[in-house]
Design a protein around this ligand. Sequence first.
Ligand code: DC
Length: 222
Amino acid sequence: MKMKSVAIDGPAGAGKSTIARELASQLGYIYVDTGALYRAIGLFVLSRGADVKNENAIKGLLLGLKVEIRFVDTEQRVYLNDEDVTSKIRTEAVSMAASAVSALPAVRAFLLETQREIARNNNVIMDGRDIATVVLPEADVKIFLTASPEERARRRYEELIAKGVSADYEAVLSDLKERDYNDSHREIAPLKPAEGSILVDTTGNELEESVEILKGIVREKL
Ligand code: DC
C-alpha cells in the first residue's frame, strides 16, 4: 500500500516543526524533522575538529558514520553511531555547522535514502528545506511555510528566553539571516518553493491560526 506524505519546507523559525508535529498527531502520521539529520552531521564534524566547508575531509568522515532516525512512541530520536544525540544537536553552534555541511553534495547524497526510506514505510509529515523539491517530489501535499525574518527571530529569541538560555535578539536575527542566505543560495537543493507547493506566510499569526490553515490545506488535499 502506498503511504501518504505531506512535505513542509521553509526557512528556520517559520513554525514548521511545531505545526507539523501537531498535524502529525492529529492525522496519526509520523513527524519527521529532517534538519536533525544535518544537525547530527554538523555535530559530528565539529566534534572531530574538521572544517565544516571541507568536502573532502567530510567525505572521509562520512565513510564510517551511521546516522539514524528512530521513533520512540512516535517521537523522533536521532542517533549518531548508536549514540542518542537528540538533545546535543540543538545548540546555535550546531545550527550554523548544519547549515554549512548541508551545502555539500556528499552530505546531501549521504542522507537522501534515509529520508526516502522513512516515507516509503510510514505515512509522514516531513519538514526540511528540499522535501517537496528533491526528497519527495511526489508528496501528496506540498507546503512552503514562511514568515518575516524579524518575526522568526523574535519567536526563536522568546523560545530561548523561555528555556532560560540567555540570548541577544540582534545576534539571533543576524544568525538567522545568515542561515537563510546559505540555505537558499547553495547550488544543490536550495531552499525554494516546489512547483505545485502552497505558500503559507505565518507572519502575525498565532500558532493556532497557522495550525488551522495547514489543517485545512491537508484535509482538502488528502
Ligand atoms: O530545520 P533545521 O533548522 O533544524 O535545519 C538545520 C540546517 O539543515 C538548515 O540550516 C539547513 C539544513 N537542512 C537542509 O539543508 N535540508 C533539509 N531538508 C533540512 C535541513
